[in-house]
Design a protein around this ligand. Structure first.
Ligand code: AGP
Length: 607
């Protein structure tokens, strides 16, 4: 939530900051701003709305100078408005700050600072940082930032500049991502590698309570007590083109089309000598054999990936598995013993609720394994072992390819546990692995012709509500399908177990009410068809995801979207693709911004 950038170097900072903000916009897009120092003052320009609003407000002769910071905001404290947009400045306007996170004790700090004569001009928590630094400033910006940080409780990624120390930016963080890198033109900082990857592929991931002092030719690193240290350099090997749409009209469609590659990359190297290999688990096979309970925790789409995995782990390994929304898990008192395995799933690796749940589970003695898409993210760092999904950077706010990466990773985990527990034989595992790999081609096949999906999408014109129903893995798949529709098209959509319809939701049905059904060939296919018939009788219009060759489905469905025949265990991987495309088509037809839906942000770093 919120993206910050900073640059100090030998060329003008302005365009570098604006380009960086465009790349970070997925993190928040309700307002944006930059601050650039010239010889005598810090020039600040802030605008409500997307980064494009800011870009068109910054004239050729505005904000000239080689040192600056920028911010794209997802509002927490203070409504989206120009006065609440970052950067925020001190009373004397000689210090400017951009911040990602939440300063939880800002009200107390603000009261104290106001008592000492500071005048606030915004409703944000961030502004206290500018005044705290001003209060502590005695000619050394690093010292002042360290002093301010020691008084702040909460999460922060901070980049600070001061007109009395030209060309310098001081950076620190706690529970909020910060990466830095030295390029040919100068030194860069950002919330995400994607904003500086054009300048350098060798980056430093700052850790909590560390500080960096950037000047045009160097970046120095200090620990919390002021000792300088040499940081570990991480080399980034993924392609720059992840930040481009590559000919697609939006990132979401591009990312949907990347899914066959994600399946292949996630499976690469995972079968050795006919056994599933997940070295990252850091548990011996003997220790894994002791696992008698699994918790999968996550939020949103990541939670839905867990729902699918529960079915597979219980089916193949016979280990009781619970899936919990991270924000609930952390406030319950779940039964955790030394033989409990907790799997935390998070695309961004920085979701506040998931992180808090990981910490809680570890305190209770559980081994926690993270499944994340982001190298060096907090989830990766705070877990006992981490499995990286190979989705590469996901930019669209609605998760698609990272979901497929999560489901494939969790499927591998289920197979491994099945092997360790002696419930899956080697030939069975081999066959499962090979069929899992086949889903890459099956997705490619689905993506070749989307006309049936586009046709069904037209039916949503003027609709305000929809139900998604299925049984077993079909139900789990529906949760994700419904989330996609609601988050990008703003049509209300709920998922239900098909068998639950008659226990309540069927009362909603009236002529033309859309029901999206996952009705692929499965052990409960006939039951699903009966449920669809009951709904059709009551006026529903049925849009069915069905197995190629199934003619019977046409008796109950008004629209049929066929997918290749696949083992039911792997159906969520393939069936999710038309559901993603359906949601996108509906949203595009409604004129929605599919990459940046209203009110959302890609990383949810607040509770
Ligand atoms: C997915 O489309 C959503 N944007 C959202 O539900 C997301 O999955 C959730 O916020 C969890 O994020 P994470 O995977 O980065 O932890």
């Amino acid at each position: 939530m919120c993206g910050i950038v900073g640059f100090t170097g030998h060329v003008d900072a302005k365009d570098i900051l604006l380009d960086g903000l465009k790349r970070l916009e997925y993190r928040g897009y309700d307002s944006a701003g930059i601050a650039v120092e010239d010889d005598s003052r810090i020039n600040v320009i802030r605008r409500v709305g997307k980064v494009s609003e800011l870009v068109s407000s910054v004239g050729e002769n505005d904000c000239l100078g080689g040192c600056g910071i920028g911010h794209t905001r997802w509002a927490t404290h203070g409504a989206p408005s120009e006065r609440n947009a970052h950067p925020h400045t001190s009373c004397a306007e000689d210090i400017a700050v951009v911040h990602n996170g939440i300063i939880e004790n800002y009200l107390e700090l603000r009261e104290v600072l106001e008592g000492r004569g500071h005048t606030f001009t915004s409703d944000t928590d961030t502004e206290v940082a500018a005044h705290l630094i001003e209060e502590a400033y005695k000619g050394d910006l690093l010292d002042a930032v360290r002093s301010a940080a020691s008084q702040m409780i909460g999460a922060y990624g901070l980049a600070v500049m001061c007109i009395h120390e030209p060309g310098k930016i001081v950076v620190t963080r706690k529970d909020s991502p910060i990466v830095l890198g030295q390029g040919e033109k100068g030194a860069y900082v950002a919330s995400d590698i994607i904003a500086l990857i054009d300048a350098t592929r060798d980056v430093v991931v700052l850790e909590d309570n560390e500080f960096a002092v950037m000047t045009p030719d160097s970046i120095e690193y200090y620990d919390r007590i002021g000792n300088a240290f040499e940081p570990e350099i991480t080399h980034i090997d993924w392609d720059v083109d992840v930040a481009e749409k590559g000919g697609y009209p939006d990132f979401m469609l591009k990312e949907i089309h990347e899914q066959p590659r994600v399946v292949r990359d996630t499976l690469a190297g995972r079968m050795s000598g006919n056994e599933i290999v997940i070295d990252e688990l850091t548990l011996s096979r003997k220790e894994l054999n002791y696992v008698d309970r699994v918790y999968i925790i996550g939020c949103g789409t990541s939670y839905h990936a867990g729902l699918i995995a529960k079915n597979l782990i219980e089916a193949w390994a016979r280990i009781p598995t619970e899936v919990e929304v991270a924000s609930e898990f952390r406030y319950r008192n779940p039964i955790i013993t030394p033989t409990t395995m907790v799997v935390a799933v998070s695309q961004s690796g920085e979701t506040a609720d998931t992180l808090a749940a990981i910490r809680d589970a570890r305190v209770k003695g559980a081994k926690v394994f993270g499944i994340t898409n982001v190298l060096g993210s907090p989830v990766a760092r705070e877990s006992d072992g981490v499995i990286y999904t190979k989705a590469n950077k996901e930019i669209a706010v609605a998760s698609t390819k990272s979901f497929i990466g999560q489901v494939v990773s969790l499927t591998l985990l289920a197979m491994l546990l099945g092997r360790v527990k002696g419930k899956l034989t080697l030939p069975q595992t081999r066959m499962l692995f090979s069929e899992l790999a086949d889903t890459a081609e099956q997705i490619e096949y689905i993506l070749q012709d989307t006309s049936a999906i586009d046709e069904a999408a037209k039916y949503f014109e003027g609709r305000t509500s929809a139900l998604y129903i299925g049984r077993g893995l079909g139900e789990a798949t529906c949760y994700e399908g419904a989330l996609k529709l609601k988050e990008i098209s703003y049509i209300h959509a709920e998922a239900y177990a098909a068998g639950e319809m008659k226990h309540g939701p069927i009362a909603l049905l009236e002529d033309g009410f859309p029901i999206v059904a996952v009705a692929t060939k499965s052990p409960t296919y006939d039951k699903t068809i009966s449920n669809l018939a009951e709904s059709k009788t009551r006026g529903a219009t049925i849009i069915a995801i069905a197995t190629e060759g199934d003619e019977e489905i046409k008796k109950v469905a008004d629209y049929v979207i066929y997918i290749p025949r696949v083992r039911d265990s792997f159906m969520p991987i393939t069936a999710s693709v038309p559901l993603q495309l359906l949601a996108r088509s509906v949203a595009v037809a409604r004129g929605c911004d599919v990459d940046q839906p209203r009110n959302l942000a890609k990383s949810v770093t607040v509770e």
